[in-house]
Write a protein that binds this ligand. Structure first.
Ligand SMILES: Cc1ncc(COP(=O)(O)O)c(C=O)c1O
Length: 430
């Protein structure tokens, strides 16, 4: 255990692999490629080959969601169903499109929409459902799709947390793909991807919509053309993210490293050199209705990770297996659906005192606050009502939010760290 590297974390550049660092470093000097370039086209071809459908790009997953809601013609007052225990950007996109978010409670074994409750959330105003595969655990997408078809509801599949590997549908039958990855990405009228910094693959920012409907793809193409470009200044900061976090990790290893690294990160955040994941106004439920284009520089990073997806997901499987072994030995409580995921973005477990656990481990340089704990609409410091959530609507989600602790599985987490974490958790779980 002596070779364990600290910090153990969720958010400290989780997808900044050596390869991504190199790509980001060289991209700093190729400013003519920042906005436009052939890599965005290559990423599109690669995604279309994997999913066998049309892909359009936007500045983030939340923009991709908003573009989709607009493209399917959400009008003021239309209801869009989403699950409890989600990220604030999802209801924000619904609000930005003029819709009303309607929360459906979750199944504690999958952390996804509870199909038995889904029926009760549908009304004559329901136009769409956003079905999330939380942390990569497959939702019951096939069943949801059947209900949507029967009721004339658009089915948006949110794959922000997972892109299945070995899922080239050109070579796999639908049945095989369903069996292989729980049908993730197969059933949605539109499938949303995010290339955010802690997602399935990272371009630091970016998002895509994949759809088999030609008419919908055309409208989305128009939305993509109309979207505004992210400024060169902001792109410079976005592609600087892998470099800045790598430097912080280097500082962490020095004497007084944690103090230096944290001070450095605080400082670059203060001077605006780190682009926040959620802006101040997004946290207040105020929504930017202007769509942004995905910068080519971010496509360069995302393309490299998409090509490496099998290795990235293999790594997640390897780390998850360490937790699964510990869970079965020590009787950890966890959602059963975890075992059905082909690659977990995070490994969820339940603790009686999740807050105390995180607080205690933080003293050992283990940071398990991933922003997905303590609230139905995350992060927990959001004013839930501004995001359309009324307390008591989703009791299971509220309970899960209190007890969930997520363990990192990301590509820069190594096996020694995972084993150390299991050791550190011995007094808290089981
Ligand atoms: C479930 C889910 N959907 C969509 C998004 C939006 O992704 P992005 O951060 O790229 O806007 C997120 C982001 O956290 C998410 O967790």
């Amino acid at each position: 255990m002596s070779r364990v590297q600290f910090p153990i974390h969720h958010t400290f550049g989780p997808l900044v692999t050596r390869e991504q660092w190199k790509q980001a470093f060289y991209m700093q000097f190729k400013f003519w490629k920042w906005k436009n370039g052939k890599e965005k086209e290559e990423l599109k071809e690669e995604l279309e080959a994997r999913f066998g459908e049309h892909a359009t790009f936007f500045g983030s997953g939340r923009d991709a969601l908003l573009a989709t809601l607009r493209a399917i013609g959400i009008t003021p007052g239309d209801e869009v169903i989403l699950q409890g225990f989600t990220c604030g950007v999802v209801p924000n996109s619904i609000h930005a499109a003029g819709g009303v978010p309607i929360y459906c409670d979750i199944d504690p074994q999958t952390l996804n929409i509870d199909i038995s409750k889904f029926h009760h959330t549908i009304t004559s105003r329901t136009r769409a459902v956003i079905c999330q595969h939380t942390f990569g655990i497959p939702a019951e997408a096939k069943k949801i799709k059947t209900i949507c078809e029967r009721r004339g509801i658009m089915f948006i599949e949110d794959c922000a947390h997972i892109i299945p590997d070995d899922g080239d549908k050109k070579q796999m039958s639908l049945l095989e793909a369903e069996a292989h990855a729980g049908g993730i990405g197969l059933h949605g009228d539109a499938v949303i991807l995010s290339f955010g910094r802690d997602k399935a693959i990272s371009g630091v920012t970016g998002g895509a919509v994949i759809t088999k409907h030609i008419a919908l793809a055309k409208v989305l193409n128009e939305e993509e053309k109309k979207a505004s470009s992210i400024s060169m200044w902001k792109i410079m900061h976005l592609i600087g993210y892998p470099i800045r976090y790598s430097f912080a990790k280097f500082l962490w290893k020095l004497p007084l490293g944690p103090i230096l690294a944290k001070a450095y990160l605080r400082w670059i955040r203060k001077i605006g050199f780190l682009v926040p994941v959620l802006t101040k106004s997004e946290k207040q439920g105020r929504v930017n209705v202007l769509l942004k284009k995905m910068p080519n520089a971010c496509a360069v990073l995302a393309l490299q990770q998409l090509k490496d997806l099998h290795n990235l997901n293999n790594h997640r499987r390897k780390i998850s297996n360490i937790y699964i072994e510990a869970a079965s030995k020590s009787g950890w409580h966890m959602p059963e659906g975890t075992l059905k995921s082909i690659a977990l973005q995070k490994f969820p477990v339940f603790a009686r005192d999740a807050v105390g656990l995180r607080r205690d481990l933080k003293r050992e340089e283990i940071y398990l606050d991933d922003g997905w704990c303590g609230a139905v609409v995350n992060p927990r410091n959001l004013d839930q009502e501004s995001f359309g959530y009324a307390a008591g609507t989703c009791p299971i989600s509220e309970d899960i939010a209190k007890h969930i602790v997520s363990l990192p599985t990301h590509p820069t987490m190594n096996e020694e760290q995972a084993k150390y974490l299991v050791h550190a958790l011995r007094y808290y779980l089981g």
